[in-house]
Design a protein around this ligand. Structure first.
Ligand code: PHE
Length: 381
């Protein structure tokens, strides 16, 4: 009997090891070329801020529907190339997100690779340099809040350049996207429950929320109000303790949340959580969360389909933030109009699930098809 696992491990070695070695040995310049060749976006404005050591990338994926827009993310990365790669992938997803929302904008994202531990002391310095870089692309891209940035940062950038969404309400902006992003995920959860469980009533149903930062915590509140049984996790024990006590919900260890038996799994933290390693371990009927780029590779879409797990594509589930910023600032919508548009994300998802089922394809592929049709990109037959 033991010969089976051994045989598997030999196979794994043969198939995986050469690729890993190839990636390790690859010259950074070749990887740089590869990133641009495979991305398919328009341009990346780059700078290294000598004063702070930060590397900055404004990735403009598409301006075909209008100027690009998307969040500004500040993070510590293993290398500047990793940061650029993250920005590129996130910017492609923004193009799809904008199209799904029918927003007159293209997709972009900016990423600032922060030197270790620098954020608390160097934030203003870094943002000053970033604002100059943003200004230099003359409105081809608009920044918005994202991981580690918020309306106060947009106010600060706006002092130097007008190309931002979601300044604070006091400064004439639409303010934080948190509530509408969480509401969009909530409606996505209801639609996923309808498709996977045959009911939109989530009272008594279990939802595992991975990551209780601002959006995750706001989502927990909505779920608890709807009577769901919520289990939370977060890399920060402090945040978990706070949310667990505020809303009276259970918690799990960060490494266990994805495999926790539940009706719905809601990834609301880092990307890449749905992959060849995690998908076999999942114990949920459906997935809907706020995290960007949840699939590690395009193949993970088919892996989820094979397991019969209903996946709400991330660029639809997390589109509430865009509807907030664009709705209020461009379309002059009221809160109620934004709420109604965010609720319609659930209907879009039901269409996506139906198209995936009838087309025999993954839900991410089906949503991408819908977005690409809105972008006027015809599929090869
Ligand atoms: N940063 C959010 C996102 O990337 C929200 C947002 C983007 C809001 C663009 C307004 C405009 O989805």
């Amino acid at each position: 009997m033991t010969s089976i696992p051994q045989c598997l491990s030999v196979r794994t070695f043969v198939v995986v090891a050469p690729r890993a070695a190839w990636q390790r040995e690859r010259m950074p310049s070749e990887r740089y070329e590869d990133l641009f060749r495979t991305w398919g976006g328009e341009f990346v404005a780059t700078c290294h801020d000598t004063a702070t050591g930060a590397f900055m990338f404004i990735c403009v994926h598409s301006t075909s529907r209008g100027p690009a827009a998307g969040g500004l993310r500040m993070k510590e990365y293993a290398s500047p190339l990793d940061a650029m790669q993250d920005g590129m992938r996130l910017s492609s997803a923004m193009t799809l997100k904008m199209a799904i929302c029918d927003a007159p904008l293209g997709g972009g994202k900016s990423v600032i690779a922060i030197p270790a531990g620098a954020l608390p002391t160097l934030r203003k310095k870094i943002l000053t340099r970033y604002a100059a870089l943003l200004d230099s692309v003359h409105g081809a891209y608009y920044a918005a809040p994202d991981m580690n940035t918020g309306p106060a940062d947009m106010d600060f950038i706006y002092e130097q350049t007008p190309y931002v969404f979601c300044r604070s309400a006091e400064r004439g902006g639409s303010g934080s996207t948190t509530r509408h992003t969480a509401l969009g995920v909530f409606h996505s959860i209801l639609a996923s429950a309808e498709h996977a469980l045959g009911t939109r009533n989530i009272s008594g149903r279990s939802v595992a929320v991975q990551g209780v930062g601002e959006v995750g915590a706001a989502l927990v509140e909505l779920l608890v109000q709807a009577g769901a049984r919520v289990i939370v996790s977060d890399a920060s024990a402090e945040r978990v303790a706070d949310v667990a006590s505020r809303f009276g919900v259970a918690h799990a260890a960060p490494e266990q949340i994805a495999s926790t038996p539940c009706d719905i799994y809601a990834p609301c933290a880092i990307g890449g959580v749905l992959n060849a390693r995690s998908i076999p371990e999942l114990r949920c009927a459906a997935i809907a969360g706020a995290a960007n780029n949840q699939l590690e590779t395009p193949e993970d879409d088919a892996r989820l389909r094979e397991r019969g797990i209903v996946y709400a594509p991330d660029f639809v589930a997390s589109a509430g933030g865009v509807l907030h910023g664009v709705g209020i600032e461009r379309w002059r919508w009221s809160e109620a109009q934004v709420d109604a548009a965010v609720a319609r994300l659930g209907g879009i998802l039901l269409d996506v699930f139906a198209a995936a089922r009838s087309g025999g394809i993954g839900t991410h592929a089906a949503a991408e098809r819908l977005a690409r049709a809105k972008l006027g990109i015809t599929e090869p037959s």
